[in-house]
Write a new protein. Structure first.
Length: 219
């Protein structure tokens, strides 16, 4: 994935973030610090500090979207993290986990929140409830056949973006299992198969990202 973005002229950074048994907010602290590090070194690394997207898939999509809606939460104000400097300018979400409620992916919820999270924590990490006018634009894609993370996750987030007048592009493909990545031979693990129609998402995404970042408006 990083190589595809690099081939199109983008810098690509890969984040190895904390997972279970580490719980929320540690993953969000990790990605917040990463965003701050990129901006701290923007001049040296030839990065436009106002054109930084965060990209995530499945549970990683939840983390990316979490940064988009929770970047200014006081509990993220730790050493090395400046609130606002951790805000992405765009979100790229592939078959993302979004909600912790009816359409939740139970494994992701248990790993992030523990097996018996209270209602406040469930609501906090049901990201569709926290989209606001400050949320960055988003590119989202999913498949209807996804049996791991229901397509409703992407639909809920898209509806929340629309309600708050946040620009987004949403692609729902009829066929394909969870975890397709580029959906081509390059990322087929031998079980996924190739889905030529779905594989077009990356070109659409880059076209969208080029368009978003070429606008004069600062997102």
């Amino acid at each position: 994935m990083a190589m595809r973005f690099t081939a199109k002229g983008y810098h690509a950074f890969i984040l190895y973030y904390s997972v279970a048994p580490n719980r929320h907010p540690q993953p969000l602290l990790d990605v917040s610090r990463a965003m701050c590090i990129i901006r701290e070194n923007a001049d040296e690394w030839n990065v436009d500090r106002n054109k930084i997207a965060v990209c995530g898939f499945s549970a990683g999509g939840h983390l990316a979207a979490s940064l988009g809606v929770h970047y200014d939460k006081p509990y993220l104000k730790r050493e090395g993290i400046v609130l606002g400097e951790n805000r992405p300018n765009a979100l790229i979400l592939g078959y993302p986990v979004i909600t912790m409620k009816e359409f939740a992916h139970k494994g992701s919820r248990d790993n992030l929140l523990g097996e018996n999270p209270d209602d406040a924590l469930i609501n906090e990490m049901s990201l569709e409830n926290h989209v606001s006018e400050k949320t960055p634009p988003a590119f989202i894609w999913h498949t209807v056949e996804d049996r791991s993370v229901p397509v409703e996750n992407s639909l809920l987030f898209a509806m929340a973006l629309h309600k708050n007048k946040i620009p987004f592009e949403l692609h729902i493909y009829p066929y394909g299992p969870h975890g397709l990545s580029l959906a081509n031979k390059e990322t087929d693990n031998g079980n996924m198969g190739e889905y030529p129609h779905v594989s077009g998402w990356i070109d659409l995404c880059i076209e969208w990202l080029d368009g978003i970042f070429s606008q004069n408006e600062k997102f």
